[in-house]
Every structure is written in structure tokens, then in C-alpha cells.
Design a protein around this ligand. Structure first.
Ligand SMILES: NC(=O)CC(=O)C(=O)O
Length: 268
């Protein structure tokens, strides 16, 4: 199963429409891949908080329209990264879109853990509540998470329990925390015995230099491919059987101790 990660640059000197056109043409160039992945909030930039309201769209808005055409032309499954979604009640969400090779909206995932503590998406956006997996026919079942979610292992265990074999994580990860990005991506792969495909952005916006370094890790924790800091396409071949063989040969997931009594209150 061939997968391509499109590590697109999100510098502020480009409009969202221009970036959508560029992304669409990059997607079309990936014909032959089965899965193509774009990063988090790439039309606007993950830290461009001031633009969120203005660039907010419906899940079937301009990003979906441009990406659905491209997915159809290339005949690929497209994880179109995430967009600022404006829900019917006006709430904004950081929402990932998965598009089928026939151009249908196959799944949406609203980011569960919002980044920013007392600012940015943490205060401007609603939190997703639903874990989402998508079985790609004849290939792997992917589990969806976005950027800051990478720091919360319990989410990934939930995805694995729901059948995920590959964890797809679009991000807008800052350069100053790049070591965390690589370490966490490998940790999520090892502990869940799953592929991790984590696609970041390049460039700088809102004063935040992006890490790039999109990474693909196999279920044993080996790095199959890693981008540099600039705009780049990473293409890898995944072996769906490797998930099963890793889990069979080293069955650590079966040694989980579920149902232990919880402490009276979390000790933080
Ligand atoms: N931007 C994010 O969602 C997450 C992030 O930057 C981090 O360090 O975590």
C-alpha cells in the first residue's frame, strides 16, 4: 500500500485559494498511491488564529470541493488534513476530512484535544468528542488524530481498540518542539504496534516556524521515511501484513491489564 504525505508550506504570502490549487495539483501528481495525506489547517495555518473566523468553512466547503476533484482525478483515498469548520450553531472546530477515490466525503474527525492552553484553538474552538476509524477497502484501517492529540496515548489506544492499524496524524507542529514530534510519533507506533503517518507543515506563519519532518513509522517503531524542514512529498510503501505479524510475534497488546480499580481521584 503506497502512501504519500504532502508537507506543504503555509507561509502567509499565499492565499488559501492559491494553496488549495497547489495542494490539488500535488494530489493529482500522486496517482498510483492509495493514500495521500495533507497536514493540519493547511489552508489557513495552525497558528494563524486571527484568520480562523474569516477562513472557516463547511466540511463540504471550498477545501473539500477542490480536494474531492483532485482525489477523484488521482483515484486516491485522500486524508485532506484539517480545516477550520464552522458548525451550524456557529462553533468553530478543527476538522479533518477523509475523501474517497470517488470524491465522496467518507469521514470527518473533529480534533479532540485543543491546543493553546488559554489562547488559540483552546478558547476559539469546540472540542471533538468522537473517535473515528476508516477502513480503506483492501488496505489498512486508519485511525484519525490531529497534532496535539499526539500527546494523549489513551486516544490512540481507543483507536486501536476500534480496529485501527495505521494512525494518521496531520499536524502544524512548531520547529521548537520537533524532538517531541519525532519521539511521540515513534512511541505511538511502538506502543500500539501500528503504522504512524504524521504529516506536518513547512514554512512560518504567525511568527511560528513549522517543524516539517513529516514521518512514517512502522509497527516495530522503525522510521521508514522522514522529511526535512521544507516543502516536500514523502512516499512510502506499507505492508498491511506487518501489523498482524508484529502483533502476533510480540503480543504485548494482549498483556494489557484492563479493569484495574481506578484511584479515587486523579493524582495530578
Ligand atoms: N500545535 C499543536 O496542536 C500541538 C503542539 O504544538 C504541541 O507541541 O503539542
Amino acid at each position: 500500500m503506497r502512501a504519500s504525505l504532502l508537507q506543504i508550506a503555509v507561509d502567509p504570502d499565499e492565499t488559501a485559494d492559491s494553496r488549495r490549487r497547489r495542494a490539488a495539483s500535488l494530489v493529482r501528481e500522486q496517482a498510483g498511491s492509495e493514500l495521500v495525506i495533507l497536514p493540519e489547517l493547511w489552508p489557513v495555518g495552525a497558528f494563524a488564529y486571527q484568520q480562523f473566523e474569516q477562513e472557516a468553512e463547511q466540511p463540504t466547503g471550498p477545501t473539500f470541493e477542490a480536494m474531492a476533484e483532485a482525489a477523484k482525478d488521482a483515484e486516491v483515498w485522500l486524508h485532506a488534513g484539517s480545516v477550520v469548520e464552522k458548525a451550524d450553531d456557529g462553533t468553530l472546530y478543527n476538522t479533518a476530512l477523509v475523501i474517497s477515490p470517488t470524491g465522496e466525503l467518507a469521514a470527518v474527525y473533529r480534533k479532540i484535544h485543543r491546543f493553546g492552553f488559554d489562547k488559540g484553538e483552546a478558547v476559539m474552538m469546540g472540542a471533538g468528542e468522537d473517535l473515528v476509524t476508516v477502513p480503506l477497502p483492501g488496505a489498512l484501517t486508519i485511525g484519525l488524530a490531529t497534532c496535539y492529540d499526539l500527546r494523549f496515548p489513551e486516544l490512540f489506544r481507543g483507536l486501536v481498540d476500534a480496529g485501527a492499524q495505521a494512525l494518521v496524524i496531520p499536524a502544524g507542529w512548531p520547529a521548537r518542539r520537533r524532538e517531541h514530534w519525532t519521539l511521540l510519533a515513534r512511541a505511538r507506533a511502538v506502543e500500539n504496534q501500528a503504522y504512524v503517518l504524521a504529516c506536518g507543515t513547512a514554512g512560518t506563519h504567525a511568527g511560528v516556524e513549522q517543524a516539517g519532518h513529516s514521518i512514517v513509522v512502522d509497527p516495530w517503531g522503525e522510521v521508514l521515511a522522514e522529511a526535512g524542514p521544507g516543502e516536500e512529498v514523502v512516499t512510502v510503501d506499507l505492508d498491511p501484513a506487518k501489523v498482524t505479524t508484529t502483533r502476533d510475534d510480540f503480543p504485548a497488546l494482549k498483556d494489557r491489564r484492563l479493569g484495574l480499580p481506578a484511584p479515587a481521584a486523579p493524582r495530578l
